[in-house]
Write a protein that binds this ligand. Structure first.
Ligand SMILES: Cc1ncc(COP(=O)(O)O)c(C=O)c1O
Length: 377
């Protein structure tokens, strides 16, 4: 039976209070700790004072605020998309985009480990859904070759996979697909972290915008709350015309909208934040690779995703690693997540704000004494 985990209280930018103890926190996906940045907090409280806590209406009725439009311009600029449409969450971005595309495709190819919300979304399309082996561009190519003449094909995948930071080989997929196929990337973890300017996984692979649809959350690199659909004007118009979910739900709260705008400004103004994140992640992956615990297989310095997953091979090993983490006052972020290993895994999200000492401490806990754990990628 699934139980609600114990509550954690954030304490500063890299700690939580757990059972009365102050622990270093590597859980979650707030990769730049924007949720606790003074500028995002200030923006949120100003917006709360000015606009209140909710528009209390769908954007297509009376709930459209100027700061929602401002956020959409900022997201389109930062994530290099022709247009952006803000919705209530990343999960809803997937659902609303799918609703707008019903009947458009005959076949959907989807990574077998795609995020549950993306999988559920493509089931709505009214197309034949074919899962392909995780990150396997050859499997995509061979599936694509066997599609019937006249097939209208969509490929759906996460850009960065949430449990181990693996990056989808989007450029290889594109090569293996028919020219008119559309690529749908759920870039919740790539947006803001990957690519030379943080524009995400498609930018990392230098993919053109043509035939590209993206969805993302505002709750990871931006440390806020909400979701976004990124695509052409026709894509956004399609959601406005055809998504019942978009038409009938409330957008993110004004404080979250203002905080997301502030986070984008911070990331755009200071490329050093991304560099610091990548330096830390590079170091972690390099050390884990040296210890034989992780294969560092990503091609360029801006392509390292800030997630390390450790799957213990036994309960005893899980307990040992937990003890080592606790001994170093690191919160043991052991989780079970839909689509992940049934027995669970330790998931560590690296942030630009972790200090070198905190990172070293995590590495010592993972590496010494050598665990023989299967550290993914
Ligand atoms: C890959 C991926 N897609 C979608 C979502 C859903 O985003 P949100 O939490 O904003 O609904 C998540 C969130 O954890 C995610 O990791």
């Amino acid at each position: 039976m699934t139980r609600m985990p114990e509550a954690l209280v954030p304490d500063g930018r890299t700690h939580v209070l757990w059972r009365g103890h102050r622990m270093v926190y590597f859980g979650g996906c707030d990769y730049f700790r924007m949720a606790s940045h003074p500028a995002t907090r200030r923006a949120a409280s100003t917006a709360a004072r000015r606009y209140g806590l909710s528009v209390g209406a769908s954007r297509l009725t009376t709930g459209n605020l100027p700061i929602l439009l401002e956020l959409e311009s900022a997201l389109a600029r930062f994530l290099r998309a022709p247009r952006a449409l803000v919705v209530a969450s990343g999960a809803m971005a997937n659902l609303a985009l799918a609703e707008s595309l019903v009947g458009r495709f005959s076949h959907v190819l989807i990574d077998e480990r795609a995020h549950p919300t993306l999988r559920d979304a493509v089931e709505r399309l009214g197309a034949r859904v074919l899962a392909f082996r995780h990150r396997d561009a050859e499997a995509v190519q061979s599936r694509a070759r066997r599609l019937p003449v006249g097939a209208r094909c969509l490929l759906a995948t996460d850009g960065v996979f949430p449990l181990d930071g693996a990056i989808a080989p989007l450029a290889a997929y594109r090569k293996g697909l028919p020219r008119d196929a559309i690529l749908w990337v759920d870039d919740c973890h790539g947006a803001g972290t990957l690519g030379a300017t943080g524009a995400g996984t498609a930018a990392f692979w230098k993919l053109p915008q043509r035939a590209l649809l993206r969805t993302a959350t505002l709750s990871k690199a931006l440390g806020s709350f909400g979701g976004v659909i990124l695509g052409s004007k026709a894509c956004v118009d399609g959601v406005l015309q055809r998504s019942r979910t978009f038409a009938s739900t409330t957008p993110p709260p004004p404080p979250s909208v203002a905080a997301a705008i502030a986070a984008i400004r911070l990331l755009e103004a200071d490329p050093g934040l991304r560099k610091r994140l990548h330096d830390r992640v590079n170091h972690v992956r390099g050390m884990l690779a040296k210890a034989g615990l992780v294969a560092c297989s990503v091609e360029s310095p801006d392509g390292i995703a800030p997630i390390v997953g450790v799957v213990p091979r036994s309960v005893a090993e899980q307990k040992r690693l937990r003890s080592r983490l606790l001994a170093r006052r690191i919160y043991p972020s052991f989780i079970r997540y839909p689509g992940g290993p049934e027995t669970g895994l330790f998931r560590f999200g690296i942030s630009s704000e972790h200090t070198p000492a905190q990172i070293e401490s995590l590495l010592w806990a993972l590496i010494e004494p050598r665990t023989n754990s299967a550290v993914s990628r």
